[in-house]
Write a protein that binds this ligand. Structure first.
Ligand code: AMP
Length: 282
């Protein structure tokens, strides 16, 4: 069942809240692929009522970014969500979510918000935090499923929930990849055949960085150079950033120690792709 109004979604969820059922929430921007489906399937296996949301949130796009070009396919998404087991699809309009420009938004600070995506796309993460807070407020107590593919977003949403004491349990789900290692992304639709063939270099760079750490390298700078060299060797890739950081705080431990996350962002023509892998530095 698809609903487009906030009040209608609340009315659908009310009996489940009353009966103390677990509600699963899967926020997306649509154009659903197997990565999104894996989130929905995990939610279905762990909760009684799953709501998938599709909303291309203007607050998280800068004026220069791809808001109007962002791929959309409501018919395909409806079928993908249904066949993955989602019970409810929430597809609000921009007017429904933001009847007027909001006076209240979620402000972020610290390395979790200001580095990496926060540095490259300053309005992005506050826009994400604001719409996620709004969805949590609409849905109420729930388990919310987010992909590890957007690692910084996942880490930030965990902090958002803790900092504001929201009644939400955040569940991180593994990244789903193409056979050649490319992380599935709606933005892969922008890639030309040549760019598509080149794009797995991001994952190869991250794996090279992880191998360096497993091999004993403990300097973040040295690991970053390993990763940057792999991406820079690909003529169709324009490197944005690579980073070896603490998986939870996104700070740079020197020497590298504990749970490390390696993250990268690069442009291939119109597509800006991000990816990350985890590695333990004992
Ligand atoms: P998006 O529609 O890109 O905003 O993504 C919606 C949710 O799906 C986010 O929690 C993403 O992290 C997650 N997601 C996107 N791509 C993947 C993937 N390849 N594997 C797992 N989760 C993903």
């Amino acid at each position: 069942m698809t609903v487009s109004k906030i009040a209608a979604l609340r009315a659908e969820l009310e009996p489940a809240h009353r009966q103390r059922q677990h509600i699963g929430l899967v926020p997306t921007m649509g154009y659903l692929h197997s990565g999104h489906r894996s989130l929905i399937e995990q939610a279905v296996s762990e909760t009684e009522l799953v709501v998938t949301t599709i909303f291309v949130n203007p607050l998280q796009f800068a004026a220069t970014e791809d808001l109007s070009a962002y791929p959309r396919d409501l018919e395909g998404d409806t079928e993908a969500a249904r066949s993955s087991g989602s019970h409810l699809l929430f597809v609000p309009s921009v007017e429904e979510m933001y009847p007027e420009p909001p006076s209240t938004t979620v402000a972020l600070r610290g390395p979790l918000a200001e580095t990496l995506e926060g540095a490259s796309r300053p309005s992005h993460l506050p826009g994400v935090a604001t719409v996620v807070a709004k969805l949590f407020s609409i849905v109420g107590a729930c388990r919310a499923y987010f992909g590890e593919k957007d690692w910084q977003q996942l880490a930030l949403v965990r902090r958002l929930v803790g900092d504001l004491s929201m009644p939400v349990h955040v569940v991180g789900c593994p990244t789903v990849r193409e056979p050649d290692g490319l992380a599935l992304s709606s933005r892969n639709a922008y890639l030309s055949p040549e760019e598509r063939a080149a794009a797995p270099v991001v994952q190869r760079a991250l794996r090279a960085g992880a191998a360096a750490i497993v091999g004993g390298e403990r300097s973040a700078q040295a690991v970053n150079k390993v990763m940057a060299d792999v991406i820079s060797a690909e003529p169709l890739a324009e490197l944005d950033y690579v980073a070896a950081v603490d998986a939870a705080t996104l700070e740079v431990p020197e020497p590298l120690a504990g749970d490390i996350r390696l993250l990268a962002a690069a442009r291939f023509g119109r597509a800006r792709l991000i990816d990350n892998v985890g590695v333990r530095a004992e």
